[in-house]
Design a protein around this ligand. Structure first.
Ligand code: IDP
Length: 139
């Protein structure tokens, strides 16, 4: 079933010049970028995006990190896009991620972990709508 997911190449990975490698992994896995923009989020934008994590102890630090530099925000489309992207990403903590996953290769620690990917159809719908109006998605 073709679906859409929201991916973010986070500021740590953009700083490390890893955009090309990561986008290439999406494409090779059959995930087509149908919308994409480089953006430097304000802290408020990051707080709205991660609102579900508001009560977590790492919330403030996470939002500071996400607003520390530009990120590449993408909509990926393909069969089982949500799970496929989560599999490509690997576990939240790069130290626990499987070999060959994006977080294993490009992540630094549980916070600076290179990429974001929606974890369910409901969060994908919220996250895609948060960053992209329909007319900017070319699926
Ligand atoms: P996910 O990104 O793998 O879905 P979540 O639990 O939804 O993981 O956490 C969102 C983001 O918050 C993570 O990608 C990571 O950047 C950060 N994060 C998660 N757990 C911790 C933690 O224990 N300490 C610091 N940052 C964390």
């Amino acid at each position: 079933m073709s679906e859409r997911t929201l991916a973010i190449i986070k500021p740590d990975a953009v700083k490390k010049n890893a955009i090309g490698d990561i986008v290439s992994r999406y494409e090779k896995a059959g995930l087509k970028p149908v919308a994409m923009k480089l953006m430097h989020m304000s802290k408020r934008t990051a707080e709205g995006f991660y609102a579900v994590h508001k009560a977590r102890p790492f919330f403030d630090s996470l939002c500071s990190f996400m607003s520390s530099g530009p990120s590449l925000v993408l909509v990926l489309q393909g069969d089982n896009a949500i799970k496929k992207n989560r599999d490509l990403m690997g576990a939240t903590d790069p130290a626990k991620a499987d070999a060959g996953t994006i977080r294993k290769v490009h992540g630094t620690n549980i916070e600076f972990n290179a990429v974001h990917g929606s974890d369910s159809p409901e969060t994908a719908a919220f996250e895609i709508g948060y960053f992209f109006p329909g007319m900017e998605i070319f699926g």
